[in-house]
Design a binder for this molecule. Structure first.
Ligand code: HEC
Length: 114
């Protein structure tokens, strides 16, 4: 009986590992270029043309050096913010997480070690 349970557990773990492998870590940088750069700029420093269109200061589209908690970033990406559209239906959770990782990587103060 114990052996059977262990076998079942092993098979389930294997399946889980395979499922995780299939949608292996999305590329945050590539996602950013595809979904966000049009407004936030290829370098994430903002796009003056888009800022003008939105009647914002370009700094408001700059995402470099943002100090926003992951949970709040998730909320903004999923739910939008003012003139920013929501991405809830357009991005999976792992994709959202990868984007947050990318945004942190371009802006996080070094000492946060993320
Ligand atoms: C259609 C244009 C547009 C696209 C595409 C877009 N954004 Fe935005 N985003 C905005 C605007 C406009 C704001 C400023 C909202 C405000 O503060 O009024 C904003 C704000 C933000 C903020 C908050 C910045 C701050 O200082 O509070 C984050 C974070 C953000 N966007 C991330 C993203 C990510 C990640 C993507 C890609 C999934 C993305 N945006 C795609 C227009 C866009």
């Amino acid at each position: 009986m114990k052996g059977l349970m262990l076998t079942i557990a092993a098979v389930m773990l294997l399946q889980l590992a395979q499922a995780a492998d299939k949608k292996a870590a999305p590329d945050g940088k590539a996602l950013f270029q595809a979904k966000c750069a049009s407004c936030h700029g290829k370098d994430a420093k903002g796009s003056p043309a888009m800022a003008k269109m939105f009647k914002l200061e370009n700094g408001e589209l700059n995402l470099v050096g943002l100090k926003i908690a992951d949970e709040d970033l998730t909320k903004i990406i999923k739910g939008g913010k003012n003139k920013m559209p929501k991405f809830q239906e357009k991005l999976s959770d792992p994709e959202t997480a990868a984007l947050i990782g990318y945004i942190k990587s371009i802006g996080a103060p070094k000492k946060e070690g993320k």
